[in-house]
Write a protein that binds this ligand. Structure first.
Ligand code: SF4
Ligand code: SF4
Ligand code: SF4
Length: 244
């Protein structure tokens, strides 16, 4: 008998909708929680989710066309509240609510069950990535991203910084497609790693650093890492012009 791997949000939705917990759901979700919990929750976003891949392509197109950022966004932690809302809504509607409009796997789901609302969401997400606040869905709205952000707070795969090598050129912030503000504690010398649960461990900042001050490091306990920092997005604008 095969095991279907399930993401934690889907299991929470199904449990809320049905008011039961099927043991097979636990069998399906535990390996996922274990892998992303040990590595880094949003590694799913950086390395697995097709929406991120499409978003990166749209981002390149946006830079090519020199379309400026909308200049505003939502707090990135809003997606955690969206995740909680989706679970509550699933309980109220007695149906897994995010699955009705999720853009992740939208095409395959549409072809399989004829539910094309996710395709509309996907098109809206990509249109927003091109013309609206950059990366709004993945940075601030997606409930699955919010779920993995929480899991990411205990992830052991981190980007570490060599403070003595850093020349404060800002290229790592410009390269980060998640949110430049998550690098602030490390760049300001308050943390030896990028500890925010939102980090996707994509390595774009490592590739962008001209002096090799960033590298992957396993483990975070006892490092005194500052997870969130205080610098907000407004002081690190994500404009098309300042990106490499
Ligand atoms: S935030 Fe959501 S849509 Fe974006 S990459 Fe992560 S899981 Fe995929
Ligand atoms: S901080 Fe670096 S590894 Fe983390 S999401 Fe940003 S670019 Fe990727
Ligand atoms: S790209 Fe490297 S040198 Fe430049 S600010 Fe980031 S860590 Fe420092």
């Amino acid at each position: 008998m095969g095991v279907t791997l399930l993401d934690p949000l889907a299991v929470a939705e199904m449990a809320a909708a049905s008011r039961t917990v099927d043991p097979m759901w636990l069998v399906g979700v535990l390996p996922v929680v274990a892998v992303y919990g040990i590595l880094r929750g949003r590694a799913f976003c950086g390395w697995v989710c097709p929406v991120n891949l499409l978003g990166e392509g749209v981002d390149r197109l946006r830079r090519l066309l020199k379309i400026p950022d909308a200049g505003f966004s939502l707090p990135r932690r809003a997606k955690v509240a969206v995740a909680v809302s989706v679970v509550v809504l699933s309980g109220a509607l007695a149906i897994p609510a995010f699955e009705l409009f999720s853009p992740i796997g939208a095409v395959s789901k549409g072809l399989a069950v004829g539910a094309f609302a996710g395709v509309a969401t996907l098109l809206a997400v990509l249109a927003c990535d091109l013309l609206g606040p950059r990366r709004l869905w993945c940075r601030s709205v997606c409930p699955l991203g919010g779920c993995y952000e929480v899991l990411g707070k205990v992830g052991q795969l981190n980007v570490a910084i060599d403070h003595s090598a850093c020349i404060h050129c800002g290229r790592c912030e410009q390269a980060c497609l998640c949110d430049p503000s998550i690098l602030a504690p490390a760049l300001e010398g308050r943390s030896p790693i990028i500890a925010a649960g939102d980090c996707m461990a994509c390595g774009a900042c490592i590739d962008a650093c001209p002096v090799g001050a960033l590298r992957f490091r396993l483990g975070r306990w006892g490092l005194g890492a500052d997870a969130e920092g205080t610098r907000e997005l407004e002081t690190v604008p994500m404009t098309v012009e300042n990106r490499t």
